[in-house]
Design a protein around this ligand. Structure first.
Ligand code: G1P
Length: 292
């Protein structure tokens, strides 16, 4: 059995310029889908997969994330006075003292650099990385699906999704050694290739399990596409040293880094809520009927 995955890294330092002006004064990870911030979905997914330590790589202007996972004595006193002391029922989530750490990325040098900033907090053990702007609606949370595969195969395991060829330049794309329809053995990966250069149309979405040897590769600080230190490039250099697998996970994935993806997530998650479903369905039906 491979070493268990106890720690998860959440890179949350990005500026979120695609969602301006909403993200001028609040972190993009705090944008809500229905009534819960994106980052909380990612943290709940990690908890459901057995993660015990939560490491956030933040930056300037991201204090709201720290406050969000902390107690708010004032709010809790008010809710308790109103007879709403059950914070869990309100969807509130606190992370246990000592199980959460925040470090700052300081320079916006790319996703690889953000993960490298967590190296001392992760130490010498395998870990998960979750990107909060990818949201997955699934019966079994996406990271838990990856952990089940990892327990069988070890090494590095990523969540994968098929994308249209014209979108390969938005994602990390894998080169496939073997594909049984669900589990893919990976023999290469390229960050944001052009459609013509892409080795496949299977993209890495923001859920990873990786080995700590990735830190030595990130340490080289080699710049990749966009002049950034890319996580995909560092992982690619570990190929051949350990097994690499990807999983076409079960569930629907929303790229909440794009406005269309974010809006689709609002609708999909709202339709799952019994108190919203009927009203929203009626509204969508009316709109579909009355608009060209
Ligand atoms: C990052 C990764 C990319 C991955 C994507 C998933 O890109 O670098 O390999 O496919 O997340 O969302 P970003 O969205 O940060 O540009």
């Amino acid at each position: 059995m491979p070493t268990p995955i106890r720690k998860a890294v959440f890179p949350v330092g990005g500026l979120g310029t695609r969602f301006l002006p909403a993200t001028k004064a609040i972190p993009k990870e705090m944008l809500p889908v229905v009534d819960k911030p994106l980052i909380q979905y990612a943290v709940e997914e990690a908890k459901a997969a057995g993660i015990e330590e939560f490491i956030f790589v933040t930056g300037r202007g991201k204090q709201a994330i720290e406050d969000h996972f902390d107690h708010s004595a004032e709010l809790e006193a008010l809710l308790s006075a109103r007879g709403q002391a059950d914070l869990g029922a309100l969807g509130m989530l606190h992370l246990p003292p000592g199980a959460v750490a925040y470090t700052r990325q300081q320079d916006p040098l790319g996703l690889g650099h953000a993960v490298w900033c967590a190296r001392h907090l992760v130490g010498d053990e395998p870990f998960a990385v979750l990107l909060a702007d990818e949201l997955v609606l699934a019966d079994t949370p996406c990271l838990a699906q990856l952990v089940s595969l990892y327990d069988r195969v070890g090494g590095c395991v990523f969540a994968l999704a098929d994308v249209p060829r014209e979108q390969t330049s938005r994602y990390g794309i894998v080169d496939i050694a073997r594909d049984d329809g669900r589990v893919i053995e990976i023999k290469g990966m390229v960050e944001k290739p052009s459609p013509a250069a892409a080795p496949s149309t299977v993209s890495i979405i923001g859920r990873y399990i990786m080995q700590p040897s990735v830190f030595a590769e990130l340490e080289r600080k080699e710049k990749g596409v966009g002049g950034e230190i890319q996580l995909t490039d560092a992982l690619a250099r570990l190929l051949g040293r350990m097994p690499f697998h990807g999983l076409r996970f079960e569930g629907e994935r929303f790229d909440c880094g794009s406005k269309a993806g974010f809006l689709k997530a609002q609708i999909a998650f709202a339709l799952k809520r019994p108190e919203l479903r009927d009203e929203l369905m009626a509204y969508i039906g009316d709109q579909a009927g009355s608009r060209p």
